[in-house]
Design a protein around this ligand. Structure first.
Ligand SMILES: Cc1cc2nc3c(=O)[nH]c(=O)nc-3n(C[C@H](O)[C@H](O)[C@H](O)COP(=O)(O)O)c2cc1C
Length: 198
């Protein structure tokens, strides 16, 4: 089984990095070495440029985009890890979606509407927020952050199942709570359909 991680955090040490480490270790226990796309480290350009637009219109895929698309096509499992910024992804990850999840690659439109093309793949999303679950529930933004990525991006593109976990109040909770968050990350990986090692 092939897994790819899309990681978008500009720091060098953060709770998102702890999630990344936990995910990587948990996958290793299942004999899976994930491909890591650390978007800040690889200096991914998130700008859907005029050149991208022309390439899309002339159905010519630029090499850099094709490389990312090949990684996604060949993966059975996609894991996204990012802090919630303005109730969405950091721009570098949003730009990755804009440029890589393109029309004709991730989805197409037919007479009856959109059809996801990245089928036969599971997805798992881990996000972190400063706000508490109660605050987000009160404003309805908990559903916004979830629905935008789960339905708007991943299910739209054919991924199924899509599992989503947000870890709230990350900068404020005690270390013991962060530890339970990391245990939940391990449990989420264990709940996936993964190969059993003999
Ligand atoms: C540009 C920016 C926008 C942010 N927007 C939100 C937001 O919309 N909601 C929220 O709860 N936290 C927001 N935050 C706080 C981060 O989500 C929070 O610091 C992060 O999840 C903590 O994880 P870390 O310790 O791994 O960095 C924002 C932070 C930044 C820098």
């Amino acid at each position: 089984m092939k897994a790819v991680i899309l990681f978008a955090h500009p720091g060098t040490k953060s709770f998102n990095h702890a999630i990344l480490q936990q995910v990587t270790e948990s996958l290793h226990k299942h004999g899976i070495t994930p491909i890591l796309r650390n978007l800040y480290e690889q200096k991914f350009s998130p700008i859907f440029s005029p050149a991208d637009m022309q390439a899309l219109e002339s159905e010519q895929v630029p090499k850099a985009i094709e490389e990312e698309q090949t990684i996604l096509s060949e993966s059975d499992l996609l894991i996204m890890i990012y802090p919630v910024w303005w109730w969405s992804q950091p721009a570098i990850l949003k730009g990755y979606i804009d440029r890589i999840f393109s029309d004709g690659f991730a989805f197409k439109y037919e007479k009856n509407g959109p059809v996801g093309l990245l089928t036969g793949k599971q997805a798992l999303v881990f996000t972190t927020t400063r706000e508490s679950q109660q605050e987000m529930q009160a404003s309805g933004l908990d559903e916004v952050v979830k629905k935008q990525v789960v339905d708007g991006i991943l299910r739209f593109s054919g991924f199924e199942p899509v599992i989503y976990h947000n870890f709230a109040e990350v900068p404020y909770v005690q270390e013991a709570i962060r530890e339970t968050y990391l245990q939940q990350v391990g449990q989420a990986i264990a709940s996936l359909k993964l190969p059993v090692l003999m």
